[in-house]
Design a protein around this ligand. Structure first.
Ligand SMILES: [Fe+2]
Length: 286
């Protein structure tokens, strides 16, 4: 398995165009099954980070779009996760590709999630290609499905992390009532929102998340050589459809995902795993 390492970076220090140009040589045309996965490592400064959370690692996976063939590259991916398990593993939807019948891909989904390792928990939401039957079928794997739910975890060291899963199968499932049911963020916690759709960032702005994780766009799947998406199937502007961005007080992280839909090709848009390390907030200088 060939992983492209993207060095840890504090996103706040990057100009908006940095992602596109700095890593352009790594984003070539790739036919599936994939032979190369980009391992994007981000260091995200968080205000009022609870004691003991500095260095907390979150692995963010998305958009597997599994079909009926197991990509050999995923064995290397699972090996690597198993060798260095993160504190949390979070998945933002689209386990399978077939919207009408998830069953042929279900054995591969099970093989994938049973290979996931994380010290404090594995959490997932469904995507718009998934049936809610997938979560029900995987209940025995220990992966927690949190569509339309809020979870508060006390991690080793005593700090609290709050996970909010937005319903991911259809945009209309995100109701104002659900958003109103979420209490104001406790400053002593880190609030992480899982959303399949990046443009839910606008509708869910009242949540004031520290980190908003999303997928769905595949980073465009077929991009210009700069890495800029051509089509995103999302209402956010194309530059926000991939990568990490500061939007108000929230880190928006849009994962390019691992799989594909439609044509078995990615162009200038390598499959991606995102590893986030939390750090204490850096005060602005000057
Ligand atoms: Fe997808």
């Amino acid at each position: 398995m060939d992983f492209c390492e993207v060095e840890p970076r504090r996103v706040a220090e990057q100009p908006p165009w940095a992602n596109a140009w700095t890593f352009a040589p790594l984003r070539w045309v790739q036919f599936f099954p994939p032979t190369r996965i980009e391992w994007t490592r981000l260091r995200l400064p968080i205000a009022n980070l609870p004691r003991g959370f500095d260095g907390l690692r979150i692995l963010h996976l998305s958009d597997l779009h599994l079909k009926t063939r197991w990509p050999a590259a995923y064995d290397g991916l699972l090996d690597r996760i198993g060798q260095h398990p993160p504190d949390l593993l979070l998945f933002t939807g689209d386990f399978v590709d077939n919207k009408y019948d998830h069953r042929p891909a279900l054995p591969l989904v099970r093989r994938m999630v049973e290979g996931w390792a994380a010290r404090a928990g594995r959490f997932a939401i469904h995507g718009n290609h998934d049936s809610y039957a997938i979560g029900a079928a995987l209940r025995d794997t220990g992966v927690r499905f949190i569509d339309g739910q809020r979870e508060i975890l006390r991690l080793p060291g005593g700090g609290l992390i709050e996970l909010i899963g937005l319903p991911g199968r259809r945009r209309l499932e995100l109701s104002p009532r659900f958003l109103r049911s979420i209490p104001a963020r406790n400053p002593a916690t880190v609030r992480v929102v899982l959303s399949h759709f990046p443009d839910h960032l606008r509708r869910a702005s009242s949540l004031k998340a520290d980190i908003f994780l999303a997928g769905h766009t595949h980073g465009g799947q077929v991009c210009f050589p700069t890495g800029r998406p051509i089509l995103t199937h999302d209402a956010l502007p194309p530059p926000l459809a991939t990568g990490a961005h500061r939007v108000a007080d929230t880190w928006l992280v849009v994962n390019r995902g691992l799989g594909y839909t439609g044509l078995p090709i990615r162009a200038f848009c390598t499959p991606e795993v995102v590893e986030i390390t939390l750090t204490e907030k850096i005060e602005d200088r000057g």
